[in-house]
Design a protein around this ligand. Structure first.
Ligand code: HEM
Length: 507
């Protein structure tokens, strides 16, 4: 009996010394609000404006990194540029993966969308395929003519029915990316545009942390008829809508190409690069990469584009200043083109300020840590979900005084764009290995549309039947990527010369 007792005591001693040594070795977690047993900080997880709440919590903790836990899941929020660059750039070998919940990944089928995929070979293959198409030189040669065409079409549509400006923005962005990806011509209320809205309307349901099945993945096996299993029907509908988006535009392109009618497109160019057998894995990756890109492009640029109309109506002095710069350079003889931005610093500053003021994805796309990390002597446990607070970075008073104010001139230093501040605004596209690969395309598109609109239209507050100005009170959706809810605004051609330029946009 004695040997067993000695062995047992030795075992306990080994375990105890391992645990205490580990506790001594492991630095503390980042600060955060008080955690309750089992639920952790569940009660502190906001339902809205998470970025503002996390920013406040970080300030209360006097730290640029905070830690929360929800049912034992570790959540880290990086609340400064320094924290985001240290963890996401310098420690990118451990922080480039994404958490993929059971609901969105498995049940809704979004594991095929490479922007949400964990770090790995499939993600790498998709991103490489994307980058061959969208790296700046290739992209500019193939995409700019399409972006120009869609931008001119937008100018024309704004003239014909200014009241529908939010729809026109949606159409211009959708039509541009569909043409680039699939070579398809987009009609009014085209199903290829409504299809992406259908697929996306489900995404909030599946966002990590919003579903019980993410916390308890075994729930995915419960039969559909069991009370509480409604998430399965929702998930299956979402998967059906996503599969339509993956298959339908791709099949249309293949059909056109087979008939010798397809225009040059991402699909066409990728297929021409090498044999991609029908039905094989490479074809599947191509289809999914196209869908990921379509979603990425469609969802993100609408906010800064729509915000332009509101900000110009609310800040007529900014609008006048940009228009004076445009008039001086273009002399009312033509609309802006790519390459003009270098001569139009104030107008470019308007674009930067729009991106800064209301970032489309205020907390980026979440990451997950594949091993333990460290920041400022805090322990960052493997498996943690990491949010980076883009909104807080772009509202940091030390870099952007009076951050709530719309003030493009903050970006100008001696009459030219301050490159350091411009680089800081690029945080809106994320960090490290998962940084948005569509940012060059996005900036080109936003620039051309913004400069063209400002050169021929004046935005002002709409007036109601009794002649009273209608104040613009912006409201946003609470989606992963935010959108501006409909608002009214008056859009009128600036002059006869402007009207002539608009008429020149008829295709
Ligand atoms: C104003 C416009 C845009 C903004 C603010 C934006 C923002 C972002 C952000 C914050 C991320 C996550 C980056 C990270 O985790 O560090 C992202 C990823 C991504 N974006 Fe964009 N984006 C924009 C436009 C576009 C466009 C036009 C495209 C396609 C042409 C695109 C395609 C993607 C893709 C494919 C990813 C996933 C990258 C990956 O996970 O490897 N985005 N974007």
């Amino acid at each position: 009996m004695l040997p067993e007792i000695i062995l047992f005591v030795a075992f306990l001693f080994t375990v105890w010394s391992y645990v205490t040594k580990k506790a001594q070795r492991t630095p503390p977690l980042p600060p955060g609000p008080r955690k309750y047993p089992i639920i952790g900080n569940l009660l502190k997880v906001p339902s809205d404006n998470h970025w503002v709440v996390y920013d406040r919590l970080a300030k209360e903790c006097n730290s640029d990194i905070i830690h929360l836990s929800v049912f034992g899941n570790s959540v880290i929020v990086l609340n400064s540029f320094a924290a985001a660059t240290e963890v996401l750039d310098r420690q990118s070998s451990i922080s480039s993966s994404r958490p993929l919940g059971t609901m969105i990944g498995e049940i809704m089928g979004w594991k095929y969308i490479f922007s949400l995929q964990p770090y790995g070979q499939r993600w790498r293959d998709s991103r490489r395929m994307f980058w061959q198409e969208f790296h700046p030189e290739h992209g500019r040669a193939h995409h700019r003519p399409i972006q120009l065409r869609c931008s001119r079409d937008l100018i024309r549509r704004l003239y014909e029915s200014p009241i529908d400006f939010q729809n026109h923005v949606r159409h211009a962005i959708g039509a541009g990316i569909i043409s680039v990806l699939y070579g398809l011509d987009i009609q009014e209320e085209d199903p290829n545009i409504t299809m992406v809205d259908d697929a996306l309307k489900h995404i909030n349901v599946g966002l990590i942390g919003t579903c019980m099945v993410d916390l308890f993945p075994f729930l995915r096996h419960i039969p559909r008829w069991v009370p509480g299993a409604g998430f399965r029907a929702i998930g299956e509908n979402a998967a059906r809508d996503l599969n339509l988006l993956i298959d339908v535009p791709y099949s249309q392109t293949r059909k056109l190409l087979a008939e010798g009618r397809g225009e040059s497109s991402f699909i066409h160019r990728t297929l021409s690069r090498g044999p991609i057998p029908d039905g094989g894995m490479e074809e599947r990756i191509l289809k999914e990469a196209a869908t990921t890109t379509y979603i990425g492009a469609n969802e993100t640029s609408k906010l800064p584009m729509t915000l332009l109309f509101a900000m110009m109506a609310q800040n007529p002095d900014v609008q006048t200043k940009a228009q004076q710069e445009l008039d001086q350079y273009l002399d009312h003889r033509r609309l802006p083109e790519f390459g003009d931005e270098i001569h139009l610093p104030y107008t470019y500053a308007v674009l930067l300020e729009l991106l800064r003021l209301e970032p489309t994805a205020p907390l980026g796309l979440p990451r997950s840590l594949v091993s333990d990390g460290e920041y400022k002597s805090y322990h960052l446990p493997s498996g943690s979900i990491v949010f980076y607070n883009i909104w807080a970075i772009l509202h940091d008073e030390t870099t952007f005084p009076e951050p709530e104010k719309f003030s493009p001139s903050r970006f100008l230093k001696d009459g030219v764009i301050d490159t350091q501040l411009k680089d800081r605004v690029m945080a809106t596209f994320g960090f490290g290995r998962r940084v948005c690969p569509g940012r060059y395309f996005a900036l080109d598109n936003l620039w051309l549309n913004l400069a063209s609109i400002l050169s021929v239209y004046t935005m002002s507050k709409a007036v109601d039947e009794s002649g009273q100005q209608i104040e613009i009170d912006l409201e946003y959706t609470a989606d992963l990527n935010r959108h501006v809810l409909p608002f009214r605004c008056s859009i009128t051609p600036r002059s006869e010369k402007a009207e002539n330029l608009i008429h020149g946009c008829r295709l």
